[in-house]
Design a protein around this ligand. Structure first.
Ligand code: AMP
Ligand code: MG
Length: 415
């Protein structure tokens, strides 16, 4: 048996003709080995990339104990008496001496704690009397002091391989004085649309034709994932043209096709894909997006999405996104969160498939509610454009009554 079939046949409850969405995700993850190539980048260029090394501090952050507030550095044992101010500690300009009994130092936020002092009293509560200060009662030892290594400690790993680099991680790496990081190389993803009925923008529509919209939604979704994109255009439902396109696309890490996997068309594509690689044809228990192909052609993973524009977006978000993130080397938790909302209307649903209805999450008083965006046909792309969330109706669930809880996935940052 070939590799992919062997892996999926070991999964409990794997049924290619009625595949649970979770099982489809699990199957893809099980078959995909993350890329191993790395590169070094200046941190400024590493936003959105996947960390490929462990970041272990070689310095403490902060490097020394310092003040968290503007005020006075004191010895807690002395504060019941007036304290003589003997100098000033500024951020970047430490006080050189030592705070002795009955003394204090004026200190600013970020300034190193002077020797001898253990506590900072904020300036607002202190009374001045000549060159002395009077500290009111109620101060706690060590208050307003930030300790060396409190943020990051020498030798204690702080970021692990597989982490997405966001602005916070870039700043954290910079705080360690590190200017370059090892990251995974970008994924290369090739895609094309299939269909004799597809017209490209810029040509007049002939009877029975539709403009190819899938390549544009795919382009946008892939751009948001931060991969390198190769758009191979529209490919006719013709074995020679499809073979050439698949061979070209197989030079990438992943191939995404749309159209041609529904039952009426699958036979000829099935044969072709079987000839070029190892591809499984699934009927996923979901709506929209039932038919889908997954497999490998050469070194590239293949995701054969349905042709219907909404099904393309839903299957991309529910499967391809996670599969590509796994392939890219991500090891942090990138699951799209499921939030709870209240159904604003009755929703039609039959048990036995997961539905991703296009919804609008809105607030009514203190309650977050979700309503569907009109017609839910898998060809109605307007349902996506009007939506700000997917209303996720679980596999086992039947019809939903207004007022019942539903799970939603926000599209912000996704679609
Ligand atoms: P298929 O999966 O190829 O049977 O296509 C299903 C439906 O999606 C048909 O109505 C197609 O015309 C439509 N469709 C397929 N590909 C595209 C595309 N790239 N852009 C817009 N509609 C498409
Ligand atoms: Mg087609």
């Amino acid at each position: 048996m070939s590799a992919i079939r062997e892996i999926v046949s070991c999964l409990d409850g794997y049924d290619p003709d009625a595949l649970h969405v979770d099982k489809a995700r699990e199957a893809m993850k099980a078959c995909i080995t993350p890329i191993s190539d790395n590169e070094s980048l200046p941190i400024r260029n590493a936003l959105g990339r996947v960390l490929a090394e462990e970041i272990v501090p070689r310095i403490n952050v902060p490097a020394q104990d310092n003040s968290a507030m503007d005020g006075y550095a004191v010895r807690i044992a002395d504060i019941e008496q007036p304290l003589v101010e003997i100098g000033t500690a500024l951020a970047g300009k430490p006080f050189a001496g030592t705070v002795g009994a009955g003394q204090c130092v004026r200190i600013m936020t970020g300034a190193v704690m002077p020797a001898g002092a253990d506590t900072v009293v904020i300036q607002e509560v202190v009374k001045r009397e000549g060159s002395c200060i009077i500290v009111p009662p109620g101060q706690k030892r060590a208050q307003n002091v930030r300790y060396a290594g409190e943020d990051l400690k020498i030798g204690v790993p702080v970021l692990h391989p597989g982490k997405l680099l966001r602005p916070a991680e870039l700043g954290l790496i910079a705080s360690l004085g590190i200017g370059e990081v090892r990251v995974k190389r970008k994924l290369r993803v090739a895609f094309f649309s299939t269909g004799d009925e597809l017209a490209s923008i810029g040509t007049a529509l002939k009877e029975g034709e539709v403009y190819d919209s899938n390549r544009y939604t795919l382009h946008g979704m892939l751009q948001r994932l931060g991969v390198e994109i190769e758009d191979l255009g529209v490919v006719r439902d013709d074995p020679k043209a499809l073979e050439a396109a698949l061979r070209q696309a197989a030079k990438a890490d992943a191939i995404i096709t749309t159209g041609g996997v529904s039952v009426g068309e699958a036979d000829f594509i099935r044969q072709l894909m079987a000839k070029l690689g190892e591809v499984l044809f699934w009927k996923i228990a979901m709506r929209p997006g039932r038919p889908m192909a997954f497999g490998r052609i050469g070194e590239a993973f293949l995701f054969g999405l349905p042709g219907n524009p909404v099904a393309v977006m839903v299957t991309f978000h529910q499967f391809v996104r996670d599969a590509l993130l796994h392939l890219s080397g991500r090891r942090d938790d990138y699951t799209i969160p499921l939030l709870r909302a209240t159904a604003a209307d009755n929703l039609r649903k039959v048990p036995g498939r997961t539905e991703y209805q296009r919804g609008v999450l809105f607030r009514e008083g203190d309650v977050w509610k979700a309503r569907v965006t009109g017609q839910q046909g898998s060809g109605v792309l307007r349902s996506m454009a009007e939506a700000n969330c997917f209303i996720v109706l679980e596999h086992e669930r039947g019809a939903v009554k207004a007022g019942e809880p539903v799970a939603v996935q926000l599209m912000e940052g996704l679609a």
